[in-house]
Design a protein. Structure first.
Ligand SMILES: *[C@@H]1O[C@H](CO)[C@@H](O)[C@H](O)[C@H]1NC(C)=O
Length: 260
């Protein structure tokens, strides 16, 4: 049950706007320690948040670059004008090899992202946390990040040992129709070998914005992933009060009245 008085609900958009960070800190961290009273999470704490988002989310954007193409196929191929241009396309991933945090991706050979990879493109997976309660706050305050790297084919024995099909289908039941060996589309198992991590934790005066070193990303433990809760993640008891705090709306005072 939510106990927010009606007059307060109507004030919420106003309150949010009034508590937005100073403009210069929306996309960067302050140069000196912030004066707003928020403790900016450390780089490692940000890595743990990112690894939990990788665990709980399942859809992201794959960005690749179109190869040089002097002789475009007039019917289906990309026009030569897009050579060297990036394209971001929605795709599925799953956190099925959590030891290193390299996301598992089922590559469909005819799909543009994987054609570009086959032609030599590197790849970036961009994803963001979708809080269950989307009503009351600014998406710019919610964490998102990009994993930059390359695709590597997963050996059959590792697919079997890691129970990858079962893991992937748990995240994506519909993908059972295009697992490798299906009669319609040739597909194969790949991992995105993460080489760089770019993180935007939210507003810069209360969240880390910047590169997360690979060692931090890879050293996150299962216990750490299990122990934290993301903004407005219900199962762990994050209520709207915690979202308020995350956004800098002063969540801890009068917490009770904001409990979900
Ligand atoms: C892919 O990334 C590697 C570094 O990880 C770089 O050496 C290589 O040039 C990149 N390839 C392309 C096609 O950009």
């Amino acid at each position: 049950m939510m106990h927010i008085p009606t007059f307060l609900v109507s004030l919420l958009p106003l309150a949010s706007a009034a508590h937005l960070p100073q403009a210069q800190h929306i996309f960067t961290n302050p140069a000196s320690p912030p004066t707003t009273g928020f403790k900016i999470p450390t780089v490692h704490e940000s890595a743990v948040q990112a690894r939990r988002i990788l665990r709980l989310e399942r859809i992201g954007t794959l960005s690749t670059i179109f190869p040089n193409n002097d002789h475009p196929n007039p019917h289906h191929g990309p026009p030569s004008s897009v050579s060297g241009t990036p394209i971001g396309l929605m795709d599925y991933f799953a956190d099925c090899e959590p030891q290193r945090g390299d996301p598992t991706i089922l590559a469909i050979n005819i799909a543009t992202s994987f054609r570009n990879v086959a032609a030599g493109s590197n790849i970036t997976l961009s994803l963001r946390w979708h809080p269950p309660n989307k009503q009351h706050y600014s998406a710019a305050a919610i964490p998102r990040f990009s994993l930059v790297g390359y695709l590597e084919n997963i050996k059959d024995e590792d697919v079997v040992k890691g129970l990858l099909p079962a893991c992937f289908v748990k995240y994506h039941p519909d993908a059972a129709a295009w697992l490798p060996g299906n009669p319609i589309h040739t597909s194969h198992w790949t991992r995105l070998v993460v080489q760089e991590v770019y993180w935007i934790g939210g507003f810069g005066d209360r969240a880390y914005i910047g590169w997360i070193p690979l060692e931090e990303w890879q050293s996150v433990t299962e216990d750490e992933i299990q122990s934290i809760r993301l903004p407005d993640e219900q199962s762990g008891g994050w209520g709207f009060g915690m979202v308020k705090e995350w956004m800098g709306l002063g969540g801890s005072d009068n917490q009770e009245s904001w409990e979900l």
